[in-house]
Every structure is written in C-alpha cells, then in structure tokens.
Design a protein around this ligand. Structure first.
Ligand SMILES: [Zn+2]
Length: 106
C-alpha cells in the first residue's frame, strides 16, 4: 500500500532525526577529540581538522550501525560533502560527451 509505505518512510525519517540528539552530540564531541584529523585528507597527505563524524557504512536509521564506533570516521566538511554526494547517486550519471572531432588531423 502506498500510504503505508509513506508512513513507514516518515517514521524512519523521524527515527533518524531522533538519533541525532544530545547523546549523539556528546558522543561525536568525544570522538572528534580522540580523532581530531580528517581521514579523507590524510589519504592525500594533508592534515585537516575533522569537524564531522561520518558513518563509513551509511546507517540508514539502523540504531546498531549508528552507534557502532567501528563504523565512525572523522572527516572535514568538504570530504563529508563529497562522500555524501557520491552516495546520493553521483555514480551512474551519464558523462557528457565532448563534441570533439578528429577532422583537424591529417
Ligand atoms: Zn578532509
């Protein structure tokens, strides 16, 4: 049923929002104190302070995955945004073909 599915999504959204409460704020502050540097930038040799605690595997409302510290990583905002954009369907987007011809070549 359409309505049921809609309600399910709304419930999940509410549940996800509820996860990011004061308990999370406290936990992420502790985590960032212990892991102050962005792991994304570290792979390219840059040292950047992390400001976001990212879930390596998106938790999608799964409470166990959400609180699993093994699944947390410190990221800076730009790295987090890049990762999120990729997860939200950046892949599979058709690449625009450049209209380049070989006619100039002999
Ligand atoms: Zn970074």
């Amino acid at each position: 049923m359409q309505a049921a599915r809609k309600r399910e999504n709304a419930n999940r959204d509410k549940a996800v929002t509820a996860l990011y409460g004061s308990q999370w704020q406290k936990a992420r502050a502790v985590f960032l104190r212990e892991h102050p540097l962005c792991v994304g930038c570290a792979t390219t040799g840059s040292i950047t302070p992390a400001s976001v605690v990212d879930h390596v595997i998106p938790h999608r409302g799964d409470v166990r995955q959400f609180w699993n510290r093994e699944n947390w990583q410190p990221l800076c905002k730009p790295c987090h945004d890049t990762k999120t954009a990729r997860e939200d369907g950046g892949f599979g987007r058709a690449r625009i073909q450049t209209a380049k011809t070989d006619s100039d070549e002999a």
